[in-house]
Ligand binder design. Structure first.
Ligand code: SAM
Length: 480
């Protein structure tokens, strides 16, 4: 038996003998180090990648790692800590890029001093702008602006917040300028916008770009926390008009608390890493079907969790990121680039008028024909096909980047569309076989820690919900 097959056998044996529920990590702290510096949908808790690396490395070292769907960068940080010398991460979402960069870039400056300097300067800025901050709510009230107005109310606050605020600021001879951010008045109350801009301006004055990026991540998280969004949901829904009218978020404390907590996390990361030389992290923001920035045949191990389906009907990563990206990156990203994110993610290409299923998966074929039984499901079947077509292309691109005998770990969830179960793990195995990937095994885990909706509406009938995603599957391949 050749060495690769011997390692396969050893891995199968070790994985098979893990205790029941090993991959669930129900009671683990999943927020250590820089892992939780910023919220992100459907994060794959870090003990998964940490344990995969620990077990695989017992039998064969992995010096290069790739996560083609890095999201918040969980796998990348674990790869660095496990001693990978080249760590590649990719995601089309610019927010994922920013979080991953901040999470994996050690900051060796005096962080307590940086925090105190910033907090002091922020106090000075609040003093400087005390008059405009104190008067803004009265101004809005006296001028009859309705801060609960809808986005499309062209005559009111909702669509004109920036110009209303700038007129007010210039009447007070203030040098503060509010940028034109689409829908800013819909998502933020007036004083909150002024405070956010004061904080953002100060962050932009930080000369060290890595430090500035780290401070900006806390700002990005703050924009979400102080916005008018309803709590506890990844989809963006605004609070009720009554709640918006009474909402007075404490922006300064929210930012400083988030920053202070993130600084503790960075210190913990630095401490954990002090006895080792960290590898290099290479981040890209391209379509995972391409991965042109990753050298061919260079990767020893892939650990990844792709989306469960298209953004429209599963998790809308772009929508989740929108408010933050508009505030943080209004000078580098256009509004169109930001609102188009979801369209460009997996399964975003519509096949409204039909499709020819060319994918080598009998399981997918069967599921599509079941969905298509009522012919009015054509569009929905097209969405499903679109997702798996992209998944096949990503699998192809990832495999091209792998060395022979590289292992690939795909953490996937099976969902239901039109009451038809989509067995993504099985479909992946069939697609992989066609690409020269040997299926080593598939493991199960319960997703108690995964932050994502556990109910969806697979029938698209309002109110009719089905339970979904209570478990995930870890599909293991080796490139032959
Ligand atoms: C399940 S999340 C990954 C979460 C990540 N494992 C973590 O722990 O944060 C899937 C990611 O895939 C990204 N994505 C979806 N389609 C993509 C594509 N075609 N190219 C690149 N990234 C894509 C999304 O932006 C999202 O961040």
């Amino acid at each position: 038996m050749d060495e690769a097959r011997i390692i396969d056998k050893e891995l199968i044996e070790e994985f098979s003998n893990l205790p029941e529920g090993f991959w669930d990590f129900k009671n683990d702290d999943t927020k250590e180090l820089t892992h939780s510096i910023h919220n992100y949908p459907a994060v794959m808790v870090y003990p998964i990648s940490r344990n995969i690396l620990k077990i695989v490395n017992k039998y064969r070292s992995s010096s290069s790692l790739l996560d083609p769907f890095m999201g918040s960068g969980t796998v990348l940080l674990e790869g660095l800590l496990a001693g990978c010398t080249e760590v590649y991460g990719n995601d089309l979402n610019p927010l994922a890029y920013k979080i991953s960069k901040a999470k994996t870039t050690p900051l060796h400056c005096d962080l307590d001093k940086a925090f105190n300097d910033f907090a002091n300067k922020l106090d000075q800025k609040y003093d400087l702008y005390s008059v405009v901050l104190a008067g803004i709510d009265d101004y809005i009230f006296e001028n009859n602006y309705d801060i609960t107005a809808k986005i499309n109310d062209k005559t009111n606050w909702g669509a004109n917040a920036s110009s209303i605020l700038n007129a007010y600021l210039s009447a007070h001879n203030s040098d503060l300028i509010i940028p034109e951010i689409q829908s800013v008045g819909f998502w933020f109350v007036p004083r909150c916008i002024l405070e956010l801009q004061i904080i953002r301006n100060l962050i932009c004055e930080i000369a060290d770009t890595d430090l500035q990026d780290y401070f900006m991540i806390a700002f990005s998280e703050t924009t979400r926390l102080v916005s008018n969004r309803r709590n506890g949901e990844f989809k963006m829904y605004r609070m009720t008009p009554e709640k918006v009218a009474a909402y007075k978020p404490d922006v300064r404390s929210t930012y400083l608390n988030t920053l202070s907590s993130n600084i503790c996390k960075m210190k913990a990361f630095i401490k954990r890493a002090e006895d080792r030389v960290l590898g290099s992290v290479h981040l890209s923001r391209e379509d995972s079907r391409l991965l042109s920035s990753v050298p061919d045949q260079s990767i020893d191990i892939v650990i990844t969790s792709p989306p469960y389906g298209d953004s429209r009907t599963t998790v809308a990563y772009g929508q989740f990121s929108r408010v933050s990206l508009q505030w943080c990156d209004y000078d580098t990203l256009s509004y169109k680039e930001i609102i188009d994110i979801d369209k460009n993610l997996m399964g975003g290409t519509p096949f409204k008028k039909g499709f020819a299923n060319c994918l080598p998966s009998a399981t997918l074929d069967h599921a599509l024909s079941e969905i298509l039984k009522p012919s009015e499901n054509l569009e929905r079947a097209g969405d499903v096909f679109s997702f798996y077509k992209d998944l096949n292309d990503v699998l192809k691109a990832v495999t091209k980047k792998c060395r022979t005998n590289a292992y690939q770990f795909w953490v996937v969830g099976n969902r239901t569309v039109k009451e038809v179960s989509l067995k993504t793990d099985q479909i992946l195995v069939e697609l992989g076989r066609n690409l020269g990937l040997k299926h080593i095994m598939t493991m199960r885990r319960a997703i108690s820690n995964k932050v994502m909706p556990s109910l969806n509406s697979p029938t698209n009938v309002s109110g009719k919900k089905a339970k979904t995603m209570c478990k995930e599957l870890i599909v293991v391949f080796r490139k032959e």
